[in-house]
Design a protein around this ligand. Structure first.
Ligand code: SAM
Ligand code: SF4
Length: 492
């Protein structure tokens, strides 16, 4: 790798730390933790949602009972955008189609009613809310008001912890942008996640973002002035990005005064059914893509620059100055594993031991709702093995596994007696740490959080084949039985 600290814009110490992370990455490939070709697969749901089969409404609600406190986290999905970003795998409808958006909102209103009938409730008691997409703020100010009216009318917000929106900056500038910020605030919204992605104009152009750098900065300023807690998101490893341009983006990001900064490594392969154009772009111009080693260095540079400026990892990938600044929605769903209901295209619901995903197809969505059915596409009622792994994988990846929560969600299983050979090995490699209350990642473990989480997958759900990993002691196919004991530990 032909890079020097001076060229990249970092100190010798930061360069040394980044190179030592590359050494860790190579070592863990040889030991089987990371697959041989270095590909990365984010651990988001367990089992991965691409592996679910059809699940009908009756199967979803059969034997389901409301949570004791009757609260849900609520998600609403608004799948409209101005244009397609090169990296984006989400099924979205592009261009301003006023009538289509109105039709969609009308369907979502009915969907909420069908859902509440199934749950036998007349309002949803809310723990936290996320409105995502797509770009929900792509709706006109009038449509936003209409949406917020019917949406909040069906919610009991008296104990709502946080009301979040995922937005793109281009919708928060100009007269309409200021109006949207005012409307959202008026309905109690208090946190915004803005997709900034990069502060390098060339990279933003390659990404085909609907905004340039100056619009991104203006949107952050407008959101601050309107009184929101702000999270800004960045992608590293994108075509066109260099170590130097990434470092410059991070150095500028920490000057913007946002409460949170979130980092994503570029995911090239689709998570679901739609493949983003980035794959074709990379096939055409492989020379413009940062290598795996460079992506590792980018991540470490970002961690160190953020730390120098007082930002530390709070929830996974999200760096904050204060512990209280994070997404309650993400924390409730991924760490506390609370029940959640989702409305709209591709939205999902997580109901204790069951998970269901809405259709990604507009036609199917409208038809189901017209017929008074939920627009379900596929899902799963987890068996005990799946429930045990789910209750480890999500919280481990995102913060810590709380042993008491684990016990409650698995009908009394104790983490002190499960996966002992695997846990012992991951502790010996400095990836896991454990106390009486928690099982969590070490600092080294957090860097490779996705791969450590994969260690707890059933063999059928490990993202790559056994041969794709080196046959070292950390090959994820070793000791996958939760009830394995130390004496049964597999030898690599
Ligand atoms: C729902 S998306 C976009 C929200 C909003 N529409 C926007 O564009 O700002 C949420 C975030 O996921 C990240 N993301 C999307 N696709 C990605 C990919 N292929 N690889 C890594 N991160 C990705 C981006 O940082 C994006 O802002
Ligand atoms: S990244 Fe955001 S703005 Fe771009 S296509 Fe995806 S959802 Fe739309």
């Amino acid at each position: 790798m032909n890079t020097t600290a001076g060229n990249v814009g970092v100190s010798d110490t930061l360069m040394q730390k980044a190179l030592s992370r590359v050494a860790d990455f190579r070592r863990f490939r040889e030991e089987g933790l990371i697959c041989r070709n270095g590909e990365f697969f984010p651990s988001v749901h367990y089992p991965p949602i691409t592996m679910y089969s059809e699940l009908d409404e009756d199967a979803l609600f059969e034997t389901y009972t409301l949570p004791q406190d009757r609260k849900f986290d609520v998600y609403a999905h608004i799948p409209f955008c101005k244009q397609r970003c090169v990296f984006c795998h989400y099924p979205v409808m592009l261009g301003k189609k006023q009538a289509e958006m109105d039709q969609y909102l009308a369907a979502m209103e009915k969907e909420m009613d069908i859902y509440m009938r199934r749950l036998s409730i007349d309002r949803i008691k809310v723990r936290s809310i996320l409105v995502g997409g797509g770009t929900p703020s792509y709706l006109s100010p009038q449509q936003l008001t209409h949406f917020l009216n019917f949406f909040t009318r069906r919610l009991d917000l008296s104990e709502c912890e946080q009301f979040n929106w995922d937005v793109d900056p281009s919708t928060l500038v100009g007269q309409d942008g200021l109006e949207r910020l005012r409307i959202l605030r008026g309905y109690g919204s208090d946190r915004l996640t803005l997709g900034i992605q990069s502060l390098d104009p060339t990279v933003l152009e390659i990404m085909n973002r609907p905004h340039d750098k100056s619009v991104a900065l203006e949107a952050i300023e407008n959101s601050h002035n309107a009184g929101y807690q702000i999270n800004i998101e960045f992608i590293f490893g994108h075509p066109g990005e260099t170590l130097a341009s990434w470092v410059a983006s991070m150095r500028e990001a920490v000057t913007l005064g946002t409460e949170e900064i979130q980092l994503y490594r570029l995911k090239v392969e689709a998570y679901g059914d739609y493949q983003a154009p980035v794959k074709k772009l990379i096939d055409k111009r492989p020379d413009r893509v940062p290598s795996h080693d460079e992506a590792i260095m980018m991540k470490q540079f970002a961690i160190d620059i953020l730390a120098e400026n007082g930002y530390r990892e709070n929830l996974r990938r999200v760096y904050t100055k204060e512990r209280k600044h994070y997404s309650c929605y993400a924390h409730n769903q991924c760490c506390m594993l609370y029940d959640e209901v989702g409305f709209g295209l591709t939205a999902f619901s997580s109901l204790r031991d069951r998970f269901v995903l809405n259709t990604p197809n507009f036609g199917e969505y409208y038809q189901a709702i017209e017929e008074g059915r939920l627009p379900l596409n596929r899902g799963l009622v987890r068996d005990l093995d799946q429930q045990i792994r789910w209750a480890i994988v999500l919280p481990l990846k995102n913060r810590d596994v709380y042993k008491k929560t684990f016990q409650r969600l698995t009908g009394g299983e104790s983490l002190n007696h499960l996966f002992r050979p695997k846990i012992a090995r991951l502790k010996a490699y400095g990836l896991l740490q454990e106390s009486e209350r928690n099982l969590g990642l070490t600092e080294l473990g957090t860097f490779f959080a996705d791969e450590v989480a994969h260690q707890f997958h059933h063999q059928d759900y490990i993202p790559h084949s056994q041969e794709a990993y080196a046959s070292g002691p950390l090959n994820p196919y070793l000791d996958t039985d939760p009830y394995a004991t130390e004496s049964m530990a597999a030898v690599a």
